[in-house]
Ligand binder design. Sequence first.
Ligand code: PLP
Length: 376
Amino acid sequence: MSASPSPVPMVDLRQQYLSMKESIDKAIAESIDATRFIMGPNVQAFEREAAEYLGVKHALSCANGTDALHLALRALGLGPGDEVITTPFTFIATAEAIAYVGATPVFVDIDPNTFNIDPTALPAALSERTRAIIPVHLFGLPCDMTAIAQFASEHKLYVVEDCAQSFGASVASKQTGTMGDIGCYSFFPSKNLGCFGDGGMLVSNNDELAEHIRVFRAHGSKVQYHHSVIGYNSRLDDIQAAILRQKLAHIDTFNTQRLRVATRYCKNLSDANLQLPLLKSPVTQSAATSVFHQFTLLTDRRAELQQALQQADVASAVYYPIPLHKQAAIAAHLTKASHYPIAESLSERCLSLPIYPELDDITVDRICAVIKSVLK
Ligand SMILES: *Cc1c(COP(=O)(O)O)cnc(C)c1O
């Protein structure tokens, strides 16, 4: 008899570390040896390399993805009285950042196939106070940026892309994060590009905005000990930047491996009674491919599936169980009570399966077999 198969987590950070252990350990040791822990040489080098990879003029690292969103809205000068349109189906940080600057989140419902902002819902959310849109490339699938950018330019709105889940995702060779005014990234350990702690970054092609971001992230100073505005202490550590440089060199491989896992899930589960996630954006067709931060399906039998997976020692997760307009913290900031039926319905039916570059085909097949045994 063979031993029972090992448990499958949602993400296995240890496997990725072990696959790069030598180069990462060396990079960390060198960073420690240089003892330039804050804004050291790895930070400058990572910003340069990330900007080059993304094809953008400025990349500015910061302490985490939530700060990136907050700094973006500060750099744009948003504040009380301003409204910012975003999706209710995202991690809370997207809306928290809006509340941090005293602005008001206004939600629009999502497209049930992409889980992203439905551009046709934008006109109804517009008011004379609307200043910006924050599209979220959820689970790694690019939003319909052509429609969003067109709407934004017609109504003179800023676009801040939340790319926390989409590092490396592109639309017709343009990277997510480079199609609006500012792109915001998170390097939380489990993101597509993750460090060994918290980290974040903003990107922009606009010189003036980049300068504002640079000042805000460093205590409101351009010249040390000269403070023009109240800023923040939001920086990426040199050690984290050293790790990110090593991982950035492999990001395309990581994302290709995620796509392999997602494609295999889709193939194996095509005849199960489920709505599977799209491998490609329906709007831009072949031009936009998901980087599968999550593999999220829709099912009416979620509880049963989760139980069966748990019994088989396979992790699963619900991203996200409560849409933001129903979160107490956010509801308090809303000026208009509203319903977003698609986001509400999806939050009751969504289920995310394990996905990470190192997840092998045999394990994917095993997970699919558990699912099919429930749905047969
Ligand atoms: C992770 C995440 C964030 C926040 O990033 P942190 O680095 O954890 O602060 C923001 N938006 C989305 C969509 C995320 O998934």
